[in-house]
Design a protein around this ligand. Structure first.
Ligand code: ADP
Length: 262
């Protein structure tokens, strides 16, 4: 479904050209929920934004489905992007548009008829459980509801791939959980391939089947999520899992203390 071959990306800064991604090779199978984890600054956002060329890669090839994304001209890229949904940490909704208008926007850009737009937006708002919020504005919604609008907008054009750029990082744990459950449900119902980036272990553990670890712009580990937790190999994986173990031990000590106090 997604093949990344030898991807490289640098930024020009005051200090010169700084490599951000190097030698990235990655395959995501159709229907998978695949997570890329890394600490802040590892290059996760740059990587996911290269997939739909919101960032232009310097080198390498990206294939999504039957399209070589890195070879498309501007017009072809606009069309291809209609089949690549994306959700963001800060939701990126239009504040001056209602929920309905936000979700309808990609369909208007794609040139669909008004009756189709009416029907499709209703359908997708029901899927994300916002059927009763069609005519409210984003400021009237909670963070979780705003992300549901973001998800509806990303799915309205029936994409083959959903990219999630830290979509739950601004949400509290309970809301994060409900959004992750929704993503799982969408994956199951629509057989949609989901590729997400995160710095949160909980997200990986909760929704992903397979994953990659990004460390200083390089993929240092890939495999099933269980393998990451049971046999972390890279420094980054060991640090993440080490932090988790530390909290588990502390929780056990606290729980034992509570037990003894009873
Ligand atoms: P992550 O998402 O893992 O936190 P990013 O992809 O946002 O990492 O950033 C990776 C590195 O690239 C960081 O060192 C960041 O400062 C740098 N970077 C990101 N965007 C730009 C840019 N537009 N110009 C220069 N440097 C950038």
């Amino acid at each position: 479904m997604v093949h990344i071959h030898n991807l490289g990306k640098s930024y020009n800064t005051a200090k010169g050209t700084v490599p951000v991604l190097q030698d990235i090779h990655l395959t995501v199978e159709k229907g998978d929920i695949f997570g890329i984890i890394g600490f802040s600054g590892a290059g996760k956002s740059t990587l996911i934004r290269c997939l739909n060329r919101l960032e232009e890669p310097d080198t390498g090839m990206i294939v999504i489905g039957d399209k070589v994304i890195t070879e498309l001209d501007e017009r072809e890229l606009r069309v291809a992007r209609q089949k690549i949904g994306m959700i963001f940490q800060q939701f990126n909704l239009f504040d001056a548009k209602t929920v309905f208008q936000n979700v309808a926007f990609p369909l208007e850009v794609a040139g669909h008829s008004r009756p189709y737009i009416q029907q499709r937006v209703r359908e997708i708002l029901d899927l994300v459980q916002l059927g009763d919020k069609a005519h409210v504005y984003p400021y009237q919604l909670s963070g979780g509801q705003k992300q549901r609008v973001g998800i509806a907008r990303a799915l309205v054009n029936e994409p083959d791939l959903l990219l999630s750029d830290e979509a739950t990082s601004a949400l509290d744990p309970q809301t994060t959980y409900s959004i992750l459950e929704l993503l799982k449900e969408i994956n199951r119902q629509l057989h949609l391939t989901i590729l997400l980036i995160t710095h949160e272990l909980d997200v990986l553990q909760h929704v992903c089947n397979n994953m990659a670890v990004l460390e200083a712009g390089r993929i240092v580990e890939t495999g099933p999520v269980e393998q990451f937790f049971l046999q972390p190999r890279s420094d980054t994986a060991k640090r993440f899992v080490g932090i988790l173990d530390h909290y588990r031990e502390r929780r056990n000590v606290v729980m034992e203390g509570v037990g003894e106090g009873i």
